[in-house]
Design a protein around this ligand. Structure first.
Ligand code: HEM
Ligand SMILES: [Cu+2]
Length: 595
């Protein structure tokens, strides 16, 4: 089969057949591995965009109202090369939007979910390959809508990534309130459609397509993370999509779901009214709080697999790990109100949300201690993926601790909308999840592309990123505790904050360093793609099913029918002489005697 394919490629490149074949193999592919890699490349490109937008924010906070070097005059010639206050709001909105909706969510569920799920459960593909293809192609209208927003009035939406009304519902409030905001809403809707298609596919695949012997409690934790994430998406997303349509209707058709009575904009009264701006906050966070777990549960799963592999030990407490994933997800649905402590809600309700939020610390602590138990006493191999996975755990602990502060209503009332919040979510999302993503790229790269990435450059990339990252984001806690406000183009305008400029300059230098260091990663990635040493099936001596397939796996994944005899974490098992015991290896007494 495969030889004829190669022949038809080389010999008849100009025939219609091969163009159609090329399109169906690499572009409109229904193979989960190609779709995963499409997601990976697309999200990495948007990662660059999001990172550059972040540098714009940091430039303004370090050297406010100064001409940006090189690009300043190109982008804002009218303002003499400066970032305007209006554009600063756009930067904050679009940076967060890109990072959340086009990077973190699609890289976890879209790229790794697609690539890993069928391989790790021993299936030949997803349950619905065409739906799977559509889930990638529905990202393109989203890419186009968010991209188009940059070319509208105001050069991007400006109502924040949370898009609170009335600002987001009014079309003439500020630059960026017009078409840019409409495109923003459409973009989010398309991301929602894509996630929805992905989620039904993942749930069905994991329930229906497992190889013989792959019981639910033999699934790798990566798959548990993906499965529960898919459930979260299925139940939370429809709420956001409906809210998005209501907001669109307010903007385009003059309805008043989110606009209060007697609102006047730029001194002229609004035609519609009688609605509730707070309703949006409830609907938005009913999705977006669970969404923060969509942004971390798969990462937690992947980190667990990496830790066990390089500690050469079984996961400590596999079942508690599974139950804590479920517990985190369940609690995730009843805590959205902690984003609204200062919105004037009933104190009784605030108390309920506070207690429920604090309870999330319990399953989170179970996971943390189990990771420590997994590594403790292991024969730890400090490979690049392992370094990233260990840093995920430590960064998640810091981000989780600041979360408990914010969960306490009285504390949150003080630190709300300060840099303490920004510190918190960057620790969880960037220092945590994004590090897990880097670790996973280094770990599964050999399976994806059949070649190894360079370890030395990987470690250099890790070390420099880790240093600059903490320089940038840890400082945010200190600023935040001092009351430094977020989303303000010039906090130094208030004399209370003027002494914080130096700290901001330190952070910006670290941020520039952090972005620059990613060039090392990019070079390592693309060089290894073509010239890295060939990987073989199981370069890390891991147990999971995916490592039994060829690297990269061909169409249909396995060249044998995988049968599963045990869980994926049997490292250092006394039953075998090796320090690993692949899930597909028959137990000793069932193995045929060597002749
Ligand atoms: C996975 C990566 C990242 C994600 C998911 C992310 C997410 C976010 C979010 C949700 C906000 C909040 C915007 C708001 O509502 O005010 C934000 C703001 C910000 N981010 Fe990031 N970010 C990421 C990476 C980065 C990086 C690499 C940098 C620095 C180089 C950075 C610097 C900033 C800054 C300076 C703000 C402005 C906060 C403010 O003024 O309120 N972020 N980001
Ligand atoms: Cu939340």
């Amino acid at each position: 089969m495969s030889t004829t394919t190669i022949d038809s490629h080389t010999q008849a490149a100009n025939s219609e057949m091969s163009i159609g074949h090329f399109l169906s193999t690499y572009v409109f592919s229904r193979d989960h591995k190609v779709i995963g890699i499409q997601f990976l490349f697309s999200t990495l490109i948007w990662f660059v965009v999001g990172g550059l937008l972040a540098l714009g924010i940091r430039w303004q906070l370090a050297w406010p109202w100064s001409n940006m070097p090189v690009i300043g005059n190109m982008l804002f010639s009218a303002e003499g090369g400066q970032i305007s206050p209006e554009f600063y709001t756009v930067l904050v909105t679009m940076h967060a939007t890109v990072m959340i909706f086009l990077v973190i969510i699609p890289i976890l569920a879209g790229a790794f979910g697609n690539f890993l799920i069928p391989l790790m459960i021993g299936a030949d593909d997803m349950a619905f390959p065409t739906l799977n293809m559509l889930s990638y192609w529905f990202m393109w209208p989203a890419f186009i809508c968010f991209g188009a927003a940059f070319f509208c009035d105001g050069h991007g939406a400006a109502a924040g990534w949370t898009s609170y009304p009335p600002l987001s519902a009014m079309t003439t409030a500020a630059p960026g309130s017009g078409d840019a905001q409409t495109f923003w809403l459409l973009g989010v809707t398309f991301v929602g459609v894509s996630s929805m298609l992905g989620s039904v596919n993942y749930m069905t695949t994991i329930i229906q397509m497992r190889a013989p012997g792959m019981t639910m409690f033999r699934l790798p934790l990566t798959i548990w993370g993906m499965f529960i994430t898919a459930l979260l998406q299925a139940f939370a997303l429809p709420v956001l999509t409906a809210a998005g349509f209501m907001l669109l209707a307010d903007r385009l058709f003059g309805t008043g779901f989110f606009l209060p009575e007697a609102l006047s904009v730029n001194n002229s009264p609004m035609a519609s009214g009688g609605g509730q701006p707070l309703l949006w906050q409830h609907l938005f966070w009913f999705y977006s709080h669970p969404a923060v777990y969509i942004m971390i549960l798969p990462a937690m799963g992947m980190v667990s697999d990496i830790l066990a592999c390089f500690a050469r030990k079984p996961i400590f407490g596999y079942k508690p790990m599974v139950y804590s994933i479920c517990g985190i997800a369940g609690l995730g649905f009843i805590v959205w109100g902690h984003h609204m402590f200062v919105s004037g809600m009933n104190p009784g309700l605030g108390m309920t949300f506070m207690v429920a939020t604090m309870m999330i610390a319990l399953p989170s602590a179970v996971k943390t201690f189990n990771w420590l138990g997994t590594v403790y006493g292991g024969q730890v191999q400090f490979t690049t993926p392992m370094l990233f996975a260990l840093s995920f755990v430590s960064m998640f602990v810091i981000g989780g601790l600041s979360g408990i502060f914010m969960a306490a209503t009285p504390v949150d009332i003080v630190i709300h909308d300060t840099y303490f919040i920004v510190a918190h979510f960057h620790y969880v999302l960037f220092c945590g999840t994004a590090m897990a993503v880097f670790g996973s790229i280094y770990f599964w790269f050999p399976k994806m592309f059949g070649r190894m990435m360079n370890e030395t450059w990987g470690k250099i990339h890790f070390t420099l990123t880790f240093i600059f990252m903490n320089g940038t984001f840890f400082t945010m806690h200190i600023l935040g505790a001092g009351g430094f406000p977020r989303r303000l183009a010039d906090p130094y305008h208030y004399p209370t904050f003027s002494h914080m400029l130096t700290m901001n300059q330190f952070m910006t230098v670290c941020a520039i360093g952090m972005v620059a260091v990613q060039v090392i990663f990019a070079i390592n990635f693309f060089y290894s793609l073509f010239w890295g040493p060939k990987a073989g099936r199981n370069p890390w001596h891991a147990n999971g099913l995916e490592w039994q397939a060829p690297s990269p796996p061909g169409h249909g994944n396995f060249d044998f029918q995988p049968i599963v005899y045990r869980g994926p974490y049997e490292y250092g098992s006394p039953e075998t002489d090796e320090d690993y015991y692949p899930q597909t290896m028959p137990p000793k007494n069932e193995r045929p005697e060597p002749a």
